[in-house]
Design a protein around this ligand. Structure first.
Ligand SMILES: C[S@@+](CC[C@H](N)C(=O)[O-])C[C@H]1O[C@@H](n2cnc3c(N)ncnc32)[C@H](O)[C@@H]1O
Length: 373
């Protein structure tokens, strides 16, 4: 059925999400902060779950009602057709965001909606569904804004960003969808070699490798909608076809390198790579000793920003940015995309970026700088 859907993404990643949606064949794409509405057949939404790199959730809207206070919220939530959406024996959970003037506590909003769903199902269908906040069969996502509440079902049931390959992390890991946004916004097309010389737990290199191999990041994942009463049979059939199609699309990626000076980071990256099943050359090195790629290619970095600064650390970090700038500028013909949350980065690095783009790493404002050396 042709209808409207909504995909959410990290703040700042909207342009990348929009081009991904366009490439999938989605229609009527309209971005807003942290997501985009789109229209299309159900197959497009299922494809979006498997293929989108920058999305956090793909949502199927089920209702929208006034929510000025707790009574409105309860009445609105109780008016939705839960009997068709949650089957006997299934569990559900509610995840809320946003606020209205009188509804400002997310936990309270979740509780009220949950009560409305349980009461309505008990009265209309004669059973009481279980609540499972960790792995629900049906995840309801509620968003409050401008005095209204919109309720949707999360097709995947869990954040698409949790790809499952990250079994070890070191300090300040990027969430996978944000790392994917950095890869896409860098402008790299996945044809030339790539190196992340401050790889941490390897998220950027792994997302780059998945992209260059044209591998859908969530192709293997079971989606929540495969268990939903209304749609499970048809969705499972469509998803089976899509998974086979995506498998045929995989290509051999160019050389991808990841290095860090910290042996812990190297071990974490190696463990995560094995889990993701991608080939990346990993080695221990200081980023300032970086060498040329052959042929020249893309450098992708999420530079340290002083997550654990000790006394005098800020000066040390500026010196590091300055020395890194010198080493990277020597790599004529290469391009770099550098994500930094540090205020001192741009001037200390000492090169003029071709562009700057703001991306939010949760509450942390970062800037993605693009350079051509
Ligand atoms: C912000 S973290 C990168 C996080 C990574 N993007 C992830 O998702 O896990 C920065 C990394 O830079 C590394 N680092 C700091 N100074 C370095 C240097 N001089 N050479 C190489 N790596 C360095 C740290 O060990 C740390 O792993």
């Amino acid at each position: 059925m042709f209808r409207s859907w909504y995909a959410t993404c990290p703040r700042g990643a909207e342009p990348a999400l929009e081009s991904e949606l366009r490439a999938l064949g989605a229609k009527g794409i309209r971005s807003s902060v942290g997501g985009a509405r789109f229209t299309g057949e159900r197959e497009i939404a299922l494809r979006a779950c498997l293929e989108l790199r920058t999305a956090l959730r793909v949502l199927e809207p089920v209702g929208d009602f006034p929510a000025l206070d707790a009574d409105d919220l309860y009445a609105g939530a109780a008016s939705l057709p839960w009997k068709e959406l949650i089957a006997r024996g299934q569990t559900f959970a509610v995840s809320a965001s946003g606020r209205t003037e009188r509804l400002v506590h997310t936990h309270f909003v979740e509780q009220r909606i949950k009560d409305a769903v349980v009461d309505q199902l008990r009265e209309s269908a004669g059973f009481r569904p279980g609540v499972d906040p960790r792995a629900p069969d049906v995840l309801l996502v509620a968003h409050l804004a401008k005095g209204r509440c919109s309720v949707s079902l999360d097709l995947a049931g869990e954040l698409l960003s949790n790809r499952g390959y990250r079994i070890r992390t070191v300090e300040a890991p990027l969430r996978e969808a944000l790392a994917a946004a950095v890869v896409l916004l860098s402008g790299w097309e996945g044809k030339t070699p790539l190196h992340d010389p401050v790889c941490g737990s390897g998220t950027l290199a792994i997302e780059a490798a998945l992209f260059a191999a044209r591998r859908a990041p969530n192709a293997a994942r079971r989606l929540a909608c495969e268990k939903w009463p209304r749609t499970s049979a048809e969705d499972s059939r469509v998803l089976g076809d899509l998974r086979a199609e995506l498998q045929r699309r995989v290509v051999e990626p160019p050389p991808i390198l990841a290095s860090d000076r910290d042996p812990e980071a190297i071990a974490a990256t190696q463990a995560n790579l094995r889990e993701a099943g991608v080939a990346v050359r990993v080695f221990q090195a200081d980023a300032r000793d970086i060498g040329r790629l052959d042929p020249p290619g893309q450098l992708l970095l999420n530079v340290p920003y002083g997550e654990r600064l000790e006394a005098g650390g800020r000066k040390q970090l500026k010196t590091f940015y300055h020395q890194l700038g010198k080493s990277l500028r020597a790599l004529a013909g290469h391009r770099a995309a550098i994500l930094s949350a540090g205020e001192d980065f741009e001037s200390a690095f000492g090169a003029r970026p071709r562009s700057r783009h703001t991306l939010w790493n949760g509450p942390l404002k970062s800037v993605l700088y693009r350079y051509q050396f």
